[in-house]
Design a protein around this ligand. Structure first.
Ligand code: ADP
Ligand code: ADP
Length: 231
């Protein structure tokens, strides 16, 4: 059974007298273990879809089942619990706390989740090891390169043992060589069984996923559609 089942999802914004359909009848199923890229230009609905998949928002109409749970029926507290359990977020700008070490950054969500100190530390070190940064555990973000900071952010996402890694333009702040290294890491993690959803406007990045869908004016098309027909 797919880990994500989205059916006829709608999300619109009212802007002045105009209605913008940010998501227009979106349907998609994502299997556990997939590495999916969602590609689209600015304003196509990527952030809106990411907020939906990441359980930061609920559908206005249509259904979203995550691990069989109907996200549209959850209240805000239930949504927060699901989000913390199921989703590991990775952002363009890493979102690391600058006064905390790499290890402390990775530990922070586990601290909030009430995981005891010893287990917290063990899981965080294990996560840093997975991204090849164990020996940098004591470094502050400012002592790390952009690519290393993104690895720490990926370790933080992994530490919570989420069902899905949801990456929003994870290479957007990195040069092309470093971007490629981050992509290799994500491929490795996918091969270890992690489900990855990667949102990007960069075709060279999106092409490296196992499956690509494009979003254009709030509508999804498999294989990149006519916009990216050479996939
Ligand atoms: P992307 O992430 O691909 O740039 P978004 O999901 O941010 O696209 O936006 C999709 C569409 O919805 C755009 O036309 C955008 O202007 C509009 N939109 C997004 N958020 C809001 C909002 N809070 N109010 C009004 N319109 C919005
Ligand atoms: P953008 O793509 O517009 O630069 P971000 O990638 O920083 O925005 O964030 C995307 C969405 O995720 C936003 O709605 C933001 O509020 C939310 N968000 C940011 N940080 C976290 C977090 N640590 N946990 C959960 N949601 C977050």
């Amino acid at each position: 059974k797919p880990i994500i089942q989205i059916r006829n999802l709608m999300k619109s914004y009212k802007l002045g007298g105009e209605t913008i359909h940010a998501l227009n009848n979106v349907s998609i199923e994502i299997e556990s273990g997939d590495f999916l890229a969602i590609i689209g230009p600015s304003g196509s609905g990527k952030s809106t879809l990411m907020n939906m998949i990441g359980c930061l928002d609920r559908p206005q109409s249509g259904t979203y089942l995550l691990d069989g749970k109907d996200i549209g029926k959850m209240n805000d507290n239930q949504l927060a619990v699901i989000r913390n359990q199921k989703i590991g977020f990775i952002f363009q700008n890493f979102n690391l706390l600058t006064k905390l070490s790499a290890l402390e950054n990775v530990e922070l969500p586990l601290l909030y989740a009430g995981i005891p100190t010893k287990e917290r530390r063990e899981r965080s070190i294990e996560s840093l090891d997975k991204v090849g940064l164990k020996e940098r555990a004591r470094n502050l973000p400012t002592q790390l390169s952009g690519g290393q900071q993104q690895r720490v952010a990926i370790a933080r996402a992994l530490a919570g043992n989420p069902s899905i890694l949801l990456a929003d333009e994870p290479t957007g702040a990195l040069d092309s060589k470093t971007s490629q290294e981050i992509l290799f890491l994500m491929k490795e993690l996918n091969e270890l069984g992690h489900t990855i959803i990667l949102i990007t406007h960069d075709l060279m990045i999106a092409k490296q996923a196992n499956r690509m869908v494009s979003i254009q004016d709030g509508q999804l098309q498999e294989n990149g559609g006519e916009l990216f027909g050479n996939f």
